[in-house]
Structures are given as C-alpha cells and as structure tokens.
Write a protein that binds this ligand. Sequence first.
Ligand code: ZN
Length: 531
Amino acid sequence: MPRERLYLFDTTLRDGAQTNGVDFTLADKLAIARMLDDLGIDYVEAGYPGANPIDTSLFAEKRPMRATLTAFGMTRRPGRSASNDPGLVALLDAQADAICFVAKSWDYHVRVALETTEEENLASIRDSVRAAKAKGREVLLDCEHFFDGYKAKPAYALACAEAAYDEGARWVVLCDTNGGALPHEVEAIVGEVCKVIPGDHVGIHAHNDTEQAVANSFAAVRAGARQIQGTLNGLGERCGNANLVSIIPTLKLKPEFAQKFNIGVSDEKLHSLVHASHTLDEMLNRAPNRHAPYVGESAFATKAGIHASAIMKEPKTYEHVAPEAVGNRRKLLVSDQAGRSNVLAELERIGLTVDKDDPRVGRLLDEVKEREAIGYAYEAADASFELLARRMLGKVPHYFEVEKFDVNVEQRISAKGDRVTVSQAVVKVKVGDDVLISASEGIGPVNALDLALRKDLGKYQSYITGLELTDYRVRILNAGTEAVTRVLIESQDETGEHWTTIGVSPNIIDASFQALMDSIVYKLVKSGAPA
Ligand SMILES: [Zn+2]
C-alpha cells in the first residue's frame, strides 16, 4: 500500500519565540531555520513580519531554502478592506513562500475579543486568503481556539474553516490554543472536520497545557489530519507547543505511523535529532532535559545491574527503539547498584578493552562504591568516571601538578560608594620542569580559580583554549556526621562535545577544584595531549 504524505510545520521561530526568556537574534533565527530545513521539515514559520524589527528584516529579503518559508500574521481587521490594512499589506509584501493567517473561530472570541460580528469575521478570512492567493503565496489559516469554538458552536467553527478552504487555502489548521483539549475530543472533532474538508488539507496545532500536545497531534492524524505543527523541544509559551523532537521519531519508528506515512525527515537525518535538540538548548543557554524522550541523556540509561546484563545480551529487552536511530546512545549507569556488567559495558564504550575476568574490574567497582558512599555520583559524571577507570588501568599521563592555590573573597566599598565583592585566585602549577604562577579575578571564587587554572598551562595551553564551562551545580549532602558539598561541572569544547565532572569535599572550593581539574585533564586525554 503506498504511504501517504504527512507534513511537518515548525513554529519554533514564531510560537516558540513567545516563550518567557527566549530572545532570538536574527542570526539565531537564520541558523535555526537552516537546521530545520536540513532536518527535512516541510514548513518553517520564521516569524511575524511587522511585529518586531528582527522578523521584519528576516522577511525583507529572499531566504532560499528547500522548506516552505512561512510568514505569520493576522487576517484583515474588521471594518477595513484588505488593501487598507497596513498590517496585512506588510504581510503580503514579506518575502515568504507561504502566509499563515491566524483567525478567530470561536464565536465567543469574535464577540468579546474582536468586537465584531460573526459574518464580518468570515468575510475577513475570505478577503485575506484571497489577497494572499492573488500575491501568489501558499496560504494556511490557523483557526485559533478551534476546539473550544467547536464545543461552543460547531457550525460557526466549521464555517470559519470552510471559508478559508473554499477560498483556496492549502491548509486549514485546527488550533488548541488554550491547550486544554484531550486526545479523544481532538480525535472526534478532527473526524467531523474531515467530513467537510479533506484531511490532506487539515492540520493540527496543539499546546501542551495538559501535557498531551504530542498525543493530541497523533489523535488528529488518526482522525485524518495530514499536517502537524510543533516546535523543537516543545518550546512555546506557558507549557509549550507539541514537541516535534518527540513526534518525528514516533512517526519514523513506530509501525502504526511508519507503515502508513512518509515524512520529509529521512532515516539518515533522524540520526541528527539529538544534535538538533541540543543545538537549540545551547542557543538558549539551557541545560538539555536529561529525561527528554528519545533525545535525553537518560532516555536510554539503565541503572540496575540485572537490567544491564540483559541489555548487553539483547538490547530490545529494555529499549522501545534503538537509541542510535535518533543519534542517542545506550548508557549503562555506573552507580552503587552497579554490577560488573555495567562497568564492563562502560569500559567498552570508552574504548578501554579489558578482559572481563581482569581483577582490575573488581577493584574499579569497589572504588566506585566506596566513593559513592561518601557522596560521589558517577552516573551524573561520565568524564570523572572515565578518568577514574583510566587511572585504574594506568592510562592517564601525569600532565601537570597544582602545587598550591590561594583564593580570596573581598568585600569593600568602591570609589562610587557601592558595596562590591571581588574574588581573586592565584595558582602555582608545575608543568614538567616549569613552574607557572597565574592570577585571576572572577565574579566568584570558583570562577576566579577556574580562570587562573586555565590561564597558563605551558605546553598544554593550546589543548584547552576551546574548553568552556557550561554549567555548575552544587548540592549539600548529609553523608554520615558532617555535611559535604558535591559539585558537578559541565564542560564543552570546540567540537561541541559535552562532559560532566565531579568533586566532593566538606569545602566547596576544594570540591570545585577537583571537578575543574578533572575537566581539564579529561580534555587533555580526549585531545591526545602528549605526556
Ligand atoms: Zn500556538
């Protein structure tokens, strides 16, 4: 049976850009648009020309791409003609392949928010679609609050959708704007719509306010809709939009959908999904969600020893899809529950070959257990685990030695009369026969220490120039009689690789120092720096 085409519409740059704390620059937007295009997304909604200077300049020139570049905007205002509405005129002038209009489809909103008549709202939809078609644009209509509108007055909600379809809109998109619809309602209502508008002209736009935006999108597809709108990582105001990063692999890997539909994302591009998801997080300066389905670091992580031995024999025993399909990897957590099989699997992944009966495996396991008892958590610190394992196997060169460091924090009144706190660190490092002393100021003691440590590592300096700390987390633990501090540091380098290191001590500076040292040494090992 030939498979039907299902279209993906991404609105990360429009609906997603409305998220609290998200502020894309023009360069960010263009980079994300290129990434979406490369992934195989069919429609990239890049913004709302006229609404802000960035979106206006984005659409001021042609941005060639394979995807259909889409501009968002409102239908003509009530009581005006299409040619006499400056907002609509600006939208029609935008250099876009398609225009996605948003219009009311809930009679209550027409009355209260728009303060116009139902008939005038329908006329506005018809005029706007016609004007955009006349400009040669592909047209979509987002029916705002469609599901609430349908529940209140089905005939009017349908009339809004039909008005756009009859005027030649390529897609009529049913929006769950408030995000409160449930999957069975969505399936029933989309089924009714598809009786009057062919499903291959119907789209779904779901918000995640009951955490069912993804489920609602699939419910709509089951009922006949053939376009799904969503965002990368579910970005979007309030609780977000339908998450395309979860939707895409489900469409590709679950037989119910994979046997029935083709999407624009190839098997090969599916491998880049983790990368796409993390690239967006990086742009937003957010730590990726470890528990994100398919792409999270924990999505294919297994902790208990008994599961780990089964997974090594037959991965399908505990995995619903193969992690490699989306560019993720299987992770067997090394932890206090770890069995030998976890440790062996981790060693194999790192690329350290050891015989499974090697006594050093048992020693490493004992060491991990001992350290975890005093507060270390290696399942969260892969790079520190790797160093521990390499040291146990005698494979970490002695690159340098910190002979001593000194960190101070000073609070004083500045010349302007403000109370300021400054930190300074001085580090004495021995590299071979050279003794190097570096000092640095920082916004806090750990920052000062980090800057001083990385200021001059002599012959190793060139290996760490691309090293950067991306996250720093501190937790106070009550282990035994005294409180200890656990520090986790996430680092990244010029290749985009991320790793996490750990330090534990009663003293926060000492714990931070251990984690910083591990991060630097890990980078040197990874870069193949000579001993
Ligand atoms: Zn929305």
